[in-house]
Design a protein around this ligand. Structure first.
Ligand code: IMP
Ligand code: MG
Length: 172
């Protein structure tokens, strides 16, 4: 734990924004219900904090992808190591991702899931780093736009460390 980490977005700010996002989703899905699809591992904190605040009928499932090696540069290859447990056919889905960076992960995941005939599919992220985009991805909602810096915390890791920080930090 020798890296110097400064706070970019505090725990209070992150949680206030997640509450706002949950309120929008609760209202929109109050009749039809929502099926959350969490992209492991980074999105799990965002997913839990969001799901706890939803008042609409909610189910959830998980897939696991990774595109980063142990450094701060994307390998460019999306590895897919766990599929969903259940069919999404006919369900109103929201893909929940921690951060949109190059766009490769979400582009790949969205393409794969769209072929499985969900009733609808939206995509939300906690963070968006637009300066780094290589593949275009349309988001339905994001928590915060962040600068082109490597961020950690709230599920985001650096070589698997710091996922448990309760705020979004930057490694100096
Ligand atoms: P993309 O495929 O380049 O959009 O990258 C998406 C994945 O890379 C995210 O789900 C994160 O797990 C990881 N990632 C991208 N930027 C960061 C960062 O600043 N910190 C930690 N992980 C990141
Ligand atoms: Mg991720």
């Amino acid at each position: 734990m020798n890296d110097n980490i400064s706070v970019l977005i505090s725990q209070e700010e992150v949680e206030a924004r997640i509450q706002e996002m949950a309120d929008v989703i609760s209202e929109e899905y109050k009749d039809k219900g929502v099926h959350l699809i969490c992209i492991l591992k980074g999105s799990v904190f965002f997913m839990c904090e969001l799901a706890k605040r939803l008042t609409c009928p909610t189910t959830m499932d998980f897939i696991c992808t990774s595109s980063y090696g142990d450094g701060t540069q994307s390998s460019g290859i999306v590895k897919f190591s766990k599929d969903l447990d259940e069919s999404i056919e006919g369900k109103h889905c929201i893909v929940v991702e921690d951060i949109l960076d190059s766009g490769r992960t979400l582009h790949y995941v969205i393409g794969m899931l769209e072929g499985r005939k969900p009733a609808s599919m939206k995509v939300i992220t906690l963070l968006d780093k637009p300066e780094r985009r290589v593949v275009p991805v349309e988001l339905d909602m994001t928590g915060f736009v962040v600068p082109d810096k490597f961020v950690v915390g709230y599920g985001l890791d650096y070589a698997q460390k710091y996922r448990n920080l309760p705020y979004i930090g930057v490694i100096e």
